[in-house]
Write a protein that binds this ligand. Structure first.
Ligand code: ARG
Length: 474
């Protein structure tokens, strides 16, 4: 007999069917999680008396041997291996004989695969969180390095108001903090043990699911067998989180790409993270940044794919669910590799402070002038109109708003006095944004200090999650 389910078949299953339905090339990535889950399952089977202590010992030793074989690249996948679960079980039976045949007691691949995915995700969420923290720390370093540098902020990609470059970096720290929160929430949602519900109905055997949950560090146990084998909510949520992080990375890359254009030249990307042209000798291109942008698109496709895959399914397990792994693994890998390389690029990117300084239009102070008039008692709608006319006057007469005389200002409103010249200054503009969330140096300095503490705490938190997750409990 080649296939464990072959008993009820009169004819040999077609070779094409096996080729078409197998998933081992992809789910072999879950091998170590599968073994971890099987060891916990074995301990439980022995605890409730479904297998003997001797069986337990043999099975666990066999599983550990397989783990070692995989680690040393000595584990042979056979053409008849359908998926990683059957491949490991096949090898186990070969290694330990009859005892190995007892491993799958009270278990189905339907609950087993959900367990493997959840164990994988627990570990990968922790990895992702660490990569995000590294990226945030790098942004924080940059905001300290360039503290005091003023850049034009953009809306509609048109210059808007002066802000601190540090404020820009902090904006992305905020976005990734929300991403971290989302991953942590998903970590809890994922932390529910699926194993023990069998194929879809539960089992007649006296399994101790609480014990398995304790061994594998799950904080809860699933409540409904039909839901358990069909549920992929946890996975979709995590995939969504990845996609959103990638969208944030893509947005950030887009800014860097724009700042790296010959026209902007706000930044100098490190040579070692750029590529050249096969034809044009002068080119140094930001291909990595472009690829992060495009990989975000692939991730969106993957999320859409899984959502579509789930949408038409009746309860409970359907083989369609097997196709969830490729987009899942790919998306996690995309996010990890993008975070890793972008962190390095940001670390080594230099800002052309002089160029940035010369590129800010004095019109970015127009809103400050309008607010100056508001402080003098002019209703905002009116002050907006007055400043709009001043801007127009400057454009028509080819003048900088910053170099108008008091008389010229007074032509638009008698309320102007010489205090206006304090307003016409980029540093003062920035430092006047004292409202909570504004770009004043005092605010930004405070935020930098706050994030230094927060990110330290974040790292410690993730380390504790990692520790709790790393060992199989006794
Ligand atoms: N490889 C399958 C998956 O990834 C698990 C096997 C379930 N197979 C079955 N015929 N019920 O979902």
């Amino acid at each position: 007999m080649k296939y464990m389910w072959e008993g009820r078949f009169k004819d040999k299953v077609a070779y094409e069917v096996i080729e078409f339905t197998k998933s081992i090339d992809i789910d072999k990535k879950l091998a170590f999680y599968d073994i971890k889950g099987s060891i916990a399952h074995t301990k439980m089977l022995s605890k409730v008396g479904l297998i003997t202590k001797i069986d337990e010992e043999r099975i666990i030793n066999g599983l550990k041997k397989i783990e070692e074989e995989i680690r040393k690249n000595k584990f042979k996948i056979l053409p008849t291996d359908e998926d990683i679960h059957t491949a490991i079980e096949r090898r186990l039976i070969k290694l330990v004989g009859k005892s190995g045949e007892k491993l799958h007691t009270g278990r189905s691949r339907n609950d087993q695969i959900v367990l493997d995915e959840k164990l994988y995700l627990k570990e990968e969420i922790i990895n992702l969180l660490n990569y995000i923290i590294d990226f945030q720390k790098t942004l924080l370093e940059k905001s300290e390095e360039y503290f005091g540098v003023i850049i034009p902020s953009y809306t509609h990609l048109k210059q808007s108001q002066p802000v601190l470059l540090s404020h820009y970096f902090l904006a992305y720290i905020e976005k990734f903090e929300r991403d971290k929160e989302r991953f942590l929430i998903s970590y809890d949602k994922n932390n529910v043990l699926p194993l023990g519900v069998g194929a879809c109905a539960g089992t007649n055997l006296p399994l101790d699911r609480e014990y398995v949950a304790k061994l594998l560090n799950f904080s809860k146990i699933s409540n409904n067998s039909l839901d358990t084998v069909s549920d992929r909510d946890f996975l979709i949520e995590i995939l969504f989180n990845c996609v959103l992080s990638l969208i944030h990375l893509s947005n950030f890359c887009e800014d860097l790409i724009i700042w790296n254009t010959d026209e902007f030249s706000f930044i100098n990307l490190p040579d070692k993270y750029c590529t050249g042209s096969s034809l044009m000798p002068h080119k140094k291109n930001p291909d990595v940044l472009e690829l992060i942008r495009s990989k975000a698109a692939i991730a969106i496709g993957n999320l859409t794919g899984i959502l579509t895959l789930i949408k038409g399914l009746p309860l409970s397990y359907n083989r369609d669910l097997q196709e969830d792994k490729k987009p899942l693994f790919e998306t996690i890998e995309i996010l990890k590799s993008s975070l890793k390389i972008l962190t390095k690029i940001v670390k080594e990117t230099k800002f052309n402070v002089e160029k940035i300084k010369n590129s800010i239009s004095s019109f970015t102070l127009a809103t400050d002038i309008a607010e100056y008039l508001v402080k003098k008692g002019i209703p905002f709608r009116n002050s907006h109109k007055i400043v709009g006319k001043i801007v127009n006057y400057c454009i028509e007469n080819k003048k900088e708003i910053i170099s108008l005389t008091l008389e010229e200002f007074k032509n638009f409103s008698p309320i102007f006095n010489k205090e206006i010249f304090n307003v016409l200054n980029f540093e003062n503009s920035v430092d006047s944004k004292k409202v909570i969330g504004g770009t004043s140096s005092t605010n930004v300095k405070m935020e930098i200090e706050k994030w230094k503490k927060n990110l330290k705490k974040s790292s410690i938190h993730i380390l504790s999650l990692k520790k709790a997750n790393s060992t199989l409990k006794k």
